[in-house]
Design a protein around this ligand. Structure first.
Ligand SMILES: Cc1cc2nc3c(=O)[nH]c(=O)nc-3n(C[C@H](O)[C@H](O)[C@H](O)COP(=O)(O)OP(=O)(O)OC[C@H]3O[C@@H](n4cnc5c(N)ncnc54)[C@H](O)[C@@H]3O)c2cc1C
Length: 397
């Protein structure tokens, strides 16, 4: 049971449908996928058939063209079942969004219907061994040739890189950053699986080695100099929104598990739910989850209104949701005690997944600096007479 503010009746219907799908087709299998470090290909096809993978693709290309509220709901519900599955939706949607916004007409015509149907899976390849938070430091190089480009470099931690059909990949061209669509079967591209990751273990991470990859000139998305500031920014903005909602689902899963366990388990002659210190953990978890959901709803409303403040609101939503999800997961393990540490219960997966949420799409520390800068940028200018009052009293009226 959770509180949702302003959820329209059609969204309630959507939530019910998604919740049934997650309950039947994801939750019972997510621990096994986590152990196997893969999501089965048949399940990816099922996601595609249900139209979930095409959620961010415009309707004219066969996609769902979902508004921010519905896309948020989809991410929340998938995130409640399995953060790795939600990650697939995130990266695939990021690529689709960037191509929709910045792609040439031929790139849109070719890729978007394939992204919409799930025939092609897109992955986002920005991070490198030497460039994480500081994306300006990417070292992959694209050299111009008579017919296009030749790419060299290494990309690491690429979500669903093991099964992606195409990578939205960033490299330097003549000292400017640019984005390219690199099909997975491009000669010279080697995809190496990464295993043993802390969380989102089923997200089939890969390292990409580009060794003289020849691409045609029309593989570039946008133009040189726009790679990070426009193409990557568009993708990351959607990625943060998606992860923020996924974290709401993750926190909700922690709350649900804690409520169920504390209701049944007895110690010292009372149910755990009747011990005040356990009640405090549950109160913090419920309040954090609701607050995170509200911040996500605010970011979504601004996104739908194409309000420039949506960027700032999305940072706040991702920061709060990811830190809340990690706290909720840690407290859920605490409430379940040894059962929470064992492999039989998903809360230990939730905890591992929640830690990853504080690292991807902008680390917690990066958000802590960016949000502060943004608050200064967006603050309402203080009028002259207010400034005088502030100086006199030490506080604004
Ligand atoms: C499971 C997983 C999936 C991923 N999927 C993808 C993907 O699909 N595509 C992709 O391109 N990348 C992906 N990444 C990479 C991810 O985007 C990076 O891990 C992230 O950007 C952080 O970079 P880093 O790990 O190199 O950490 P670093 O940038 O090296 O940071 C290390 C630590 O230093 C702190 N730090 C860094 N700079 C500052 C600063 N200025 N002020 C204060 N603190 C700072 C960070 O907050 C962090 O705590 C994935 C990572 C993981 C773990």
């Amino acid at each position: 049971m959770f509180i949702t503010v302003g959820l329209a009746p059609d969204l309630e219907e959507e939530r019910a449908e998604l919740a049934t799908f997650v309950h039947d087709r994801i939750s019972p299998f997510a621990d096994a996928w986590d152990r196997a470090e893969r999501v089965p290909r048949e399940f990816v096809s099922e996601l595609a058939e249900r139209g979930y993978l095409g959620a961010a693709v415009p309707g004219e290309y066969g996609g769902g063209s979902l508004d921010a509220a519905s896309f948020g709901l989809l991410n929340e519900e998938l995130g409640r079942g399995c953060s790795s599955v939600r990650s697939l939706l995130t990266v695939h949607s990021m690529v689709a969004q960037a191509v929709s916004r910045w792609g040439r007409p031929e790139q849109k015509e070719y890729w978007l219907p394939r992204f919409a149907s799930g025939e092609s899976i897109g992955a986002f390849a920005l991070t490198e061994p030497g460039a994480g938070s500081d994306v300006q430091g990417i070292a992959a190089q694209a050299r111009r040739t008579g017919t296009g480009f030749v790419l060299d470099g290494v990309k690491r931690w690429i979500t669903f890189g093991q099964i992606a059909d195409v990578f939205l990949l960033f490299a330097e061209v003549e000292e400017a950053k640019a984005a390219f669509l690199v099909p997975a079967d491009t000669p010279g591209l080697t995809v190496r699986p990464i295993s043993g990751v802390l969380g989102t273990r089923a997200s089939m991470l890969a390292e990409l080695h580009l060794d003289g990859c020849a691409l045609p000139a029309d593989a570039m998305v946008g133009r040189p100099g726009f790679g990070l500031s426009a193409v990557a920014a568009t993708a990351l903005e959607l990625g943060r929104y998606s992860v923020a909602w996924g974290c709401v689902g993750l926190a909700q899963a922690c709350l649900d598990a804690s409520l169920a366990y504390a209701d049944e388990r007895e110690q010292f002659g009372r149910r755990l739910r009747d011990h005040q210190l356990v009640q405090r953990l549950i109160t913090d978890m419920a309040t954090g989850t609701s607050a995170a959901r509200l911040l996500c709803q605010q970011a979504g409303a601004l996104r739908d209104a194409r309000d420039v403040r949506s960027v700032h609101a999305t940072w706040m939503a991702k920061y709060f949701s990811s830190t809340s999800a990690f706290r909720a997961a840690s407290d859920a393990v605490q409430i379940l005690g040894a059962s929470g540490c064992g492999g039989e219960h998903p809360v230990q997966r939730y905890l591992r997944d929640a830690k990853v949420m504080e690292i991807i799409e902008g680390t917690t520390q990066l958000q802590q600096t960016v949000i502060a800068e943004s608050v200064y940028h967006h603050r309402t200018p203080v009028r002259r007479e207010e400034q005088q009052t502030k100086t006199m009293t030490g506080a604004r009226r």
